[in-house]
Write a protein that binds this ligand. Structure first.
Ligand code: TA6
Length: 280
């Protein structure tokens, strides 16, 4: 089953239900903000997130595109895709337990004012017992463009201090809080603000909790960001309750920093992530 639904303020989202999962995807930003399977809810969503045109939903999987971060001051932080309305191209119920959703964003006079390139951004979700999401960027211009991008995925956790992130051991990272570089020497546990960009990432990342493991498999990505604002920054973040930091961790499969892409005219670049949840 699937249906387009509209909030009182006109905010439109697609609801998908099949035998394996229940999901909700806003047309703005092609932003999935709910994915629940037999293991429960995968994604964290702020209790005070706005659902308004022009404001990115706080939680779920914001799409950072055509920039990750704010190194390019001509573009908003994490780019503009997450506040643009995508066209719903197709919903395909492949089986009783797999629904494919295809959305597209193309350049507009509004986008060209801030990023003067012709492009197509195709986002495809596969909603089943696992969740996968892919972004395909096609350069429809006559000149090449730089692309950095990420799935800024907010994972719901039972208790942030009991979380353990494995798979990044041995990876170099940039600590954006201290602007220093280091090598990860152990599984990541979180008891303060963390904002690290890992480079050279090739293996799956595992988010482990007491009763749940989430495996993150990324394709065409060699960078990943681990972020939690902790208490002080959380209290200053928009659309986040002061203690929300206890409920989520962001693990973001990316093409960020040195892992950027240059997209040539009429060529395309894709980024894909698949999330497998297992009870233990
Ligand atoms: O991915 C980590 C990060 O870049 C943090 O530095 C923090 O800014 C977070 O993204 C949230 O950014 P947003 O623009 O969604 O508030």
């Amino acid at each position: 089953m699937y249906a387009l639904k509209e909030l009182e303020n006109g905010f439109v989202y697609l609801e998908v239900k099949n035998e394996a999962a229940h999901a909700k995807i806003a047309l703005q930003g092609a932003h999935i903000f709910k994915y629940e399977n037999y293991n429960g809810e995968l994604l964290w969503l702020s209790q005070i997130s706005r659902f308004e045109t022009g404001s990115a939903i706080r939680g779920g999987i914001p799409l950072c595109w055509p920039r990750f971060g704010n190194l390019d001051e001509t573009l908003p932080q994490h780019g503009f895709a997450r506040t643009m309305i995508f066209e719903l191209i197709e919903v395909k119920e492949v089986s009783n337990s797999l629904t494919q959703v295809h959305l597209r964003l193309e350049d507009t006079p509004k986008s060209r004012k801030i990023w003067n390139f012709a492009f197509e951004l195709d986002v495809v979700f596969e909603i089943s017992a696992t969740l996968s999401i892919s972004m395909k960027t096609t350069n429809r211009d006559t000149k090449e463009f730089l692309l950095t991008q990420a799935f800024h995925t907010y994972f719901q956790v039972d208790d942030i201090v009991k979380v353990r992130i494995e798979g990044l051991e041995g990876m170099k990272y940039l600590d954006t809080l201290s602007d220093t570089k280091a090598v990860e020497d152990q599984p990541i546990e979180i008891d303060k603000e963390i904002d690290r960009v890992y480079l050279g990432v090739k293996e799956d990342i595992h988010l482990r909790e007491e009763h749940k493991n989430i495996s993150i498999h990324a394709e065409n990505s060699n960078s990943a960001i681990v972020w939690n604002p902790w208490a002080e920054k959380c209290s200053n973040m928009s659309a986040m309750k002061p203690d929300a930091y206890k409920e989520f961790v962001c693990i973001e499969s990316a093409n960020a920093f040195d892992d950027f892409r240059i997209v040539q005219p009429n060529e395309n670049v894709h980024l894909r992530a698949t999330y497998l949840t297992q009870r233990c």
